[in-house]
Design a protein around this ligand. Structure first.
Ligand code: AMP
Length: 439
């Protein structure tokens, strides 16, 4: 299938071809014709599937093919809501890239930067607005944005927005939009909350799902390296050096932990930056740019900071700590193995995290191979300790069942990695087998 056969106009085809895309990705093949027909969409797709072009291309085409400027003034006709600043900036960039040959204007607004420049841009007139919910509400309360002419609404990474506690903000925004509009909702998972939200919002939506719900991508090679907590940093340095990795995204549970790890890796001579909610927008943008350009080899991120990051062809993701909520594992490893490339997702797991590991394996319905790296064998006498969940303001306890899980894991348990049936893998390191089907 070609982009031409999807019925896109020449200006869009030209932009797509300049971007170097030869064929539409599965989500694009499925979504574009339905969006062009004006249908509402419920799209199950993670970042990395090409979903941004999947909604942006037909959105631009629809804006070109209907609706007029009133009295020569532009009004905001399409609104894209995203959970994070980074994702908002990336979507805005995509709108600009795909719409470069069209006379449509877009702008992006998010918190953490001064509001005045955003007000100026809005005043000068835009057709497409990309925004995070919080800053949009600031503009609404200052009456610097008018949403009454919205024709198309996109909720990108809707599950993330709910996890981050944006549901009330979203409902406030939705109340200000015209009833008659086209709505496109994208979400990596379809929780009950998402279903609830979509019920009132979407009209006979077309359901599109490209990746199996809650399943880790098959292109991603997953492995667990059992290791004692106090030796994780040493093992990470060893892995980066011995494999000569040049670009690694490392996940940490807490902002403090991310900073500390970045400092330690830098001290080990591995250029590292940290990205989390306490960093200024400028620092976050710089860290990401340095990581993308290869100036820093390792980017340590918290879950929330990393959401929606588009770092294409990312070869390695390391879970320095497992996430508190199993679904976040799927999001984390989704940063690698993107757009047809193979990726590797490694988890450094200490005895405290075995319960979290079990939850993840139950969710993804397979056992992640466990490979003990020689010289980093866990000490079997070390007992599990409760995990510091690290919920600061940014790392809020997710709304799902994490509360209960956190309570449960407080009880001290004596669990250990299975020591039975260890054999040697190709690398000479020990591989631990389990009775379930491997990932
Ligand atoms: P997204 O899921 O929208 O974040 O896109 C993930 C990555 O895939 C981005 O780097 C896009 O530039 C890239 N991409 C999107 N569509 C295509 C396509 N049809 N062919 C190749 N790469 C694509």
């Amino acid at each position: 299938m070609s982009f031409e056969s999807l019925g896109l106009r020449t200006e869009l085809l030209r932009a797509v071809s300049e971007k170097g895309y030869a064929t539409p990705s599965p989500i694009q093949q499925q979504a574009i014709p339905h969006v062009l027909e004006g249908r509402d969409i419920m799209g199950g797709a993670q970042t990395g599937t090409g979903k941004t072009a999947g909604f942006t291309l037909p959105l631009l085409q629809r804006l070109m093919s209907f609706g007029k400027q009133e009295n020569g003034r532009r009004s905001i006709r399409a609104l894209v809501l995203t959970p994070t600043r980074e994702l908002a900036a990336q979507v805005d960039e995509s709108v600009r890239v795909y719409g470069k040959y069209l006379p449509l204007r877009s702008t992006v607004i998010f918190g953490g930067v001064k509001i005045n420049a955003q007000i100026q841009k809005l005043r000068s007139g835009v057709d497409i607005l990309v925004s995070t919910p919080g800053r949009l509400l600031d503009h609404i309360s200052q009456k610097t944005v008018d949403l009454s002419k919205i024709e198309i609404l996109v909720l990108d990474e809707a599950d993330r927005m709910l996890d981050m506690g944006f549901i009330r903000d979203i409902r406030k925004i939705l109340a200000l939009l015209p009833k008659q509009k086209q709505t496109l909702l994208f979400s990596a998972t379809f929780s009950d909350e998402i279903k609830q939200l979509s019920k009132g919002l979407l009209k006979s939506p077309t359901l599109i799902e490209v990746a199996q719900r809650n399943s880790a991508s098959e292109r991603i090679k997953q492995v667990v390296h059992p290791v004692d907590k106090r030796r994780k940093r040493e093992l990470l340095s060893h892995l980066v050096r011995s494999n000569n990795w040049q670009q690694v995204l490392v996940f940490n549970r807490t902002k403090h932990g991310a900073n500390h790890l970045a400092e330690q890796l830098n001290a080990d001579g591995i250029t590292t930056a940290a990205i989390h909610g306490n960093k200024s927008q400028g620092a976050r943008t710089k860290a990401l740019a340095d990581f993308k350009s290869g100036k820093v080899r390792v980017l340590v991120a918290t879950d929330i900071a990393a959401r929606g990051l588009d770092i294409s062809q990312l070869p390695h993701v390391v879970n320095f700590e497992l996430p508190n909520v199993a679904e976040d594992y799927v999001h984390r490893i989704g940063r690698t193995g993107r757009a047809g490339n193979e990726g590797e997702a490694m988890s450094l797991v200490c005895v405290d995290e075995l319960k979290l590991l079990k939850d993840i394996e139950r969710l993804i319905k397979c056992d992640i191979p466990k490979v003990v790296i020689d010289a980093y064998t866990p000490d079997p006498s070390i007992r599990a300790e409760p995990i510091n969940k690290g919920y600061g303001k940014q790392n809020q306890a997710p709304r799902r069942s994490a509360g209960k899980k956190a309570e449960k894991s407080k009880s001290r348990q004596h669990v250990a990695f299975k020591s039975a049936s260890n054999t040697r893998g190709r690398s000479g390191n020990r591989v631990q087998h389990s009775s379930h089907s491997p990932c």
